[in-house]
Write a protein that binds this ligand. Structure first.
Ligand SMILES: Nc1nc2c(c(=O)[nH]1)N[C@H]1C(S)=C(S)[C@@H](COP(=O)(O)O)O[C@H]1N2
Ligand SMILES: [Mo]
Length: 397
């Protein structure tokens, strides 16, 4: 972060721009559900080829084949999601300040240089949108129709939030901590702010991150600072973070009390169409797993078939990854790759004997906290927390 300021090339991100770069260099892909055709574009600042869900505010999905190349998702193909169009395109790293106020003894106003001198924590963690895979929800629900690429795994480096809270001196009676960033809402909408309970905020793993995968955050992923909440859905991972406030009453603002609510029922799932049920704010992620080296509909030679993929436990480590060719009657264990930290992707591999014919290959992850993927589809009106076992059909000949 030697440079004084970073500017994102405006391209298609700004109102009134001429023909955006992406319209000229686009190719196409399909996400595997009805109306799943999308453009792939390499014209976004600091980004390689990305699936375009929307340009303003940007919703850019990671092409699925990226997950087959390694368990860390490269910054230049890490997905992007902003709620509002008015996003920071430039930050002056000399004048930027992170403030921490509210119910504290000593309010802070910290420069990036000061933050970089503080104690650090680094850990691998999956950043996954609450609505990842929403396009596959049946019956369909409103919201970004993502495939499986609204997730990514990175090594996050930053200052433990606990350190900052201790420096400021949290006053008795504090119950929550609220986070806000540089993006601005339209005049009729509430600012995108999110909160964590005070004990969670002080767990030593929640961090104010200044780097991912060894370099500064891309502008679109929250440069210069973002909150990282390991094991929790990314709605809490506030980007371009510049204000932290310690609260003495729970945050009842729109983004905590109305948006991002999920059924209290197991797996966040209710009968399709049900509208009246108890809800809670979305929180911990649940396990997921994917085959990455084969696509649905692939043709493979009969005989021994090598499979590989990724899994994550959600809020705890991956315990096992298993494969089935008979929709769960029998499960075969996969061999897990190196453990890079319990909140990250875990690679896996397996070998199956496939006779000639059509085969449904299912993969299931069990997490250390006992949560396990199921075949039952997940449904809720927000299309959140998808965790159903993924099955792909291949033909062996
Ligand atoms: N400031 C700010 N932070 C934000 C958001 C936002 O709109 N504004 N969106 C959240 C949501 S819903 C998601 S899924 C993640 C996306 O993180 P990414 O763009 O780095 O992948 O950012 C989160 N942090
Ligand atoms: Mo999200």
């Amino acid at each position: 972060m030697a440079e004084v300021s970073r500017r994102a090339v405006l391209g298609g991100l700004v109102a009134g721009a001429a023909v955006p770069a992406w319209a000229q260099q686009a190719s196409r892909t399909t996400l595997g559900f009805a109306n799943g055709e999308r453009l792939i574009d390499s014209g976004f600042p600091e980004k390689g080829p990305m699936i375009v869900q929307r340009t303003r505010a940007p919703l850019l999905e990671t092409p699925f084949e990226v997950f087959d190349r390694g368990i860390f998702t490269p910054n230049d193909q890490f997905y992007v999601r902003w709620h509002y169009q008015d996003i920071p395109l430039e930050v002056n790293t000399r004048s930027f300040r992170l403030t921490l106020g509210g119910a504290v003894a000593r309010p802070l106003s910290l420069s990036l240089a000061e933050l970089l001198k503080m104690p650090r924590v680094e850990l691998a963690a999956v950043n996954q949108c609450s609505g990842n895979s929403r396009g596959f929800v049946s019956p369909r629900v409103a919201g970004a129709q993502w495939g499986h690429g609204a997730m990514g795994n990175a090594r996050w480096l930053g200052v433990p939030l606990r350190h900052l809270l201790d420096l400021a001196g949290v006053k008795p009676g504090a119950v929550a901590v609220r986070f806000a960033g540089l993006d601005q809402p339209p005049s009729d909408a509430p600012a995108f702010v999110k909160s964590l309970a005070i004990d969670h905020a002080r767990d030593g793993e929640v961090m104010v991150a200044f780097a991912m995968n060894g370099t500064a955050l891309p502008m679109l992923n929250g440069f210069p600072l973002r909150l990282v909440v390991p094991g929790w859905y990314s709605t809490y991972w506030v980007k371009a973070l510049d204000r932290i406030e310690v609260l003495t009453a729970p945050d009842d603002g729109f983004w905590m009390s109305t948006a991002y609510k999920v059924p209290t029922a197991p797996y966040g799932s209710v009968a399709p169409g049900l509208a009246d049920f108890p809800t809670v704010p979305i929180s911990r992620m649940v396990p997921r797993s994917f085959i990455t080296n084969l696509r649905a509909g692939a043709r493979v030679p009969a005989g021994s078939l090598a499979l590989r993929g990724i899994a994550f436990g959600g809020a705890s480590a991956v315990q096992t990854v298993e494969l089935s060719m008979d929709r769960g009657a029998r499960w075969l264990p996969a061999t897990l790759g190196p453990d890079q930290g319990r909140y990250g992707f875990r690679g896996w591999q397996a070998e199956l004997m496939v006779p000639p014919g059509v085969h449904d290959l299912s993969v299931r992850c069990t997490a250390a906290d006992g949560q396990v993927q199921r075949f039952e589809p997940v449904w809720n009106p927000g299309g959140y927390m998808l965790s159903t076992i993924e099955t792909i059909s291949v033909t062996a000949a």
